[in-house]
Write a protein that binds this ligand. Structure first.
Ligand code: ADP
Ligand code: MG
Length: 668
């Protein structure tokens, strides 16, 4: 049972930290026990008063010379109570006093112990979170046991650091976090908690560094094209690259040109123009005679990228193809054949591009778009396709620096911190859903002026079916208002139908596109200038920002309308306020981190990115930067963790289950 709650290992119990503290130190006499307070009383059992009729409580009367205390039990078993509270026995009871008229009562005491065992009672009792399905006492007992058997371990931290910070050794820290003396012991600033948080962060940073070193040891290849295709592409572009794009392209090409394997993150807010940067990098690979692959999370996006890329490369004589889960049978087989023969230079697709039978002739570069949508596993599988392929991951969900450090360690980064010129800011308004008629009226006026509108449907819950129902309903209603120009896309539609609707929206045959969040990622229709988001209060900040990023892409001014249902929670109100005030993705991401806590952001849990159990990145961000430096220093001095401290560090990695990184030591 303890395992179900806290995970399969003893250490998981150790990492399950108390979130509260009950102070049981107050031990007055019965007569002085104040109402509503937790007290610990030493009493003598006087008599048992079983209920006179069903449904009434069982009472046990106790005395201490100053007065009478009634212990009150509902649904009690008499034999059990007579056994634990024998008449005449001296007992210690602890719990909350609830005076009934003048009689002090203690309903269901938290603790009942014979006086001899009073040492078992914790006067400062830690309270643990998530006790669902498990009695708190069982959990507490299991944790106590785990703490008791926690061994003394060799120190893996730098002695000077430990001294300077005044941190306890590992075992003392474990003991101390589970036995806080006061509420300060529950705070992230508590030195025992800090020490363990640092241990955890350091373990993650060392593991990341090891994986990364390994990825670099797989000898990369120098991809340094002659620039022929890139120049040709730039010549036909209708715009000039922004400085940020130029800088990022240069960084990426330099990285590809080195004979180490590239592992680089390209961060750029929605609309910052990542696609063209990726395409230039891919053309560099093609110039060198290699293939390149672009992986995206949805079919809509794959199709859109295919169109963009084809339009740009058609005149360059570069063969582009798409591969998604929809491709089957002969067409697929034929495409795979051409891929294996090297006839396809650029492959665009969903995760279907790393199915086992997909073989490249020689894959030089993998670009992963909107990477946070993919699990680590998928990413690793793809990079396995080209054993030494360079990897560029792109994300439009700006990741705050603290989080990139955690997830990617010292992965190189390029940032598009500048948007293409001429973008009009998006005006964001919020209003309660009761005013939907007004909104419909405003949309009607805009449509008359030739606008194109996204109408994003409420995120009802996790269940796709319910979301779907909401979208379909809204679609029907808007059709009544606006007629045939209303289209619907959602994740459950057949791809061909989805594509048809999207195409109609691009062409302007459909002017109001009712959509579930399938449009969240990457869709690019510059003519769309209005977005209505229903039940905005149910969306996360990052998601709202992503959605809004679909508009404000063209030359016309855009507006985003957030419709919300009352009452608004504190957090929802804060989110909407931030949305109204800012369009800066990085700022929004930082705010999101504050509102949500790190683990939640980007759904890191689901996507299998390393989550933290002890460290709280909103509180321990200083530790994160320290640990990163520390990890680098450690591995510079002792790359294979062979020293005495290296041995200790290996234990640390095991403790935090980062030991899979250790195998990279042996294989190196
Ligand atoms: P994202 O970073 O969100 O993937 P995209 O690559 O889809 O952004 O680019 C958004 C839009 O901006 C596209 O229509 C693209 O053609 C356009 N764009 C990209 N770079 C520039 C630029 N330097 N100047 C003008 N428009 C650009
Ligand atoms: Mg994009």
């Amino acid at each position: 049972m303890a395992e179900k709650l806290a995970g399969p290992h003893v250490v998981d119990l150790l990492w399950h930290l108390p979130s509260g503290l009950i102070d049981r130190r107050f031990s007055p006499k019965i007569a002085e026990a104040p109402n509503g307070r937790i007290v610990t009383l030493t009493v003598t059992v006087d008599s048992h008063v079983p209920p006179v009729q069903n449904g009434r409580p069982y009472r046990v009367r106790c005395v201490d010379g100053t007065g009478l205390l009634e212990l009150v039990f509902f649904h009690a078993r008499e034999d059990y109570l007579s056994r634990i509270l024998p008449i005449g026995a001296q007992m210690v009871v602890s719990g909350k006093i609830d005076r009934f008229y003048d009689t002090p009562q203690m309903p269901h005491p938290d603790w009942i112990l014979p006086v001899e065992d009073r040492a078992e009672l914790e006067l400062m009792e830690p309270v643990y979170p998530l006790t669902a399905g498990m009695p708190p006492k069982t959990l507490r007992r299991a944790i106590r046991q785990a703490v008791k058997i926690a061994p003394v371990l060799p120190e893996w931290l730098d002695a000077a650091l430990v001294r300077q910070r005044g941190w306890p050794d590992w075992r003392s820290a474990v003991v101390s976090v589970h036995d806080p003396n006061d509420p300060a012991g529950l705070e992230p600033s508590d030195s025992a908690r800090q020490r363990l948080a640092y241990d955890e962060i350091l373990a993650s940073q060392i593991a990341l560094a090891l994986v990364r070193t390994q990825q670099r040891r797989v000898s990369g290849r120098s991809l340094n094209g002659d620039g022929r295709l890139r120049r040709a592409l730039e010549a036909i572009l209708s715009y000039r690259l922004t400085n940020a794009q130029r800088r990022s392209v240069d960084e990426i090409i330099a990285d590809m040109a080195s004979d180490q394997r590239m592992l680089r993150l390209l961060q750029g807010d929605v609309g910052s123009g990542k696609t063209i940067v990726a395409l230039l990098a891919m053309l560099n690979a093609v110039e060198c005679g290699f293939q390149a692959a672009l992986m995206v999370p949805t079919e809509i996006l794959a199709r859109q990228h295919l169109e963009t890329v084809t339009a740009l490369t058609a005149s360059l004589g570069v063969e582009v193809a798409m591969l998604t889960g929809r491709d089957k049978g002969k067409t697929r087989a034929a495409r795979l054949e051409r891929l294996a023969a090297g006839e396809i230079a650029l492959l665009v697709g969903t995760h279907a591009i790393f199915q086992d039978d997909v073989v490249f002739q020689d894959l030089g570069l993998v670009v992963i778009d909107e990477q946070h949508r993919f699990g680590v596993d998928q990413r690793l599988r793809l990079s396995g396709k080209g054993a030494s392929a360079d990897i560029l991951v792109m994300t439009a969900t700006p990741i705050p620096r603290t989080l990139t450090l955690t997830i990617y360690g010292d992965m190189s980064q390029s940032r598009l911190d500048e948007k293409p010129p001429g973008r009009k800011p998006v005006t964001t308004l919020a209003m309660p859903v009761e005013r939907i008629e007004e909104v419909v009226g405003a949309v009607a006026r805009k449509l008359a002026q030739g606008a194109r509108v996204y109408w994003v449907c409420p995120l009802v819950d996790e269940s796709m079916m319910v979301d779907l129902a909401a979208a379909t309903e809204r679609y029907a209603l808007l059709r009544e208002y606006f007629g045939d120009c209303v289209g619907l896309v959602h994740g459950r539609m057949r791809t061909s139908d989805k594509d048809a609707v999207m195409a109609a929206f691009v062409e302007g045959k459909v002017t109001v596109l009712v959509a579930t969040t399938v449009i969240e990622v990457g869709v690019n229709v510059p003519e769309a200038t209005i977005m209505v988001i229903e039940h905005a209060e149910r969306f996360g900040l990052a998601q709202l920002h992503q959605l809004r990023g679909r508009i404000g892409r063209g030359v016309e001014a855009s507006s985003c309308l957030l419709l919300y249902a009352r009452p608004l929670s504190e957090t929802a109100r804060a989110r909407i306020k931030i949305m109204k005030e800012s369009e800066d993705g990085f700022l929004i991401a930082e705010e999101d981190l504050k509102l949500r806590g790190a683990g939640d952001l980007l759904g890191t849990r689901q996507s299998g990115l390393p989550g933290f159990r002890l460290a709280d990145l909103t509180q321990h961000d200083v530790l994160l930067e320290m640990a990163q430096d520390d990890a680098r220093l450690i591995l510079n001095r002792d790359p294979d963790l062979m020293s005495e401290r290296g041995d200790a560090l290996r234990i640390l990695l095991y403790l935090f289950e980062r030991d899979s990184a250790i195998r990279y030591l042996q294989s190196g």
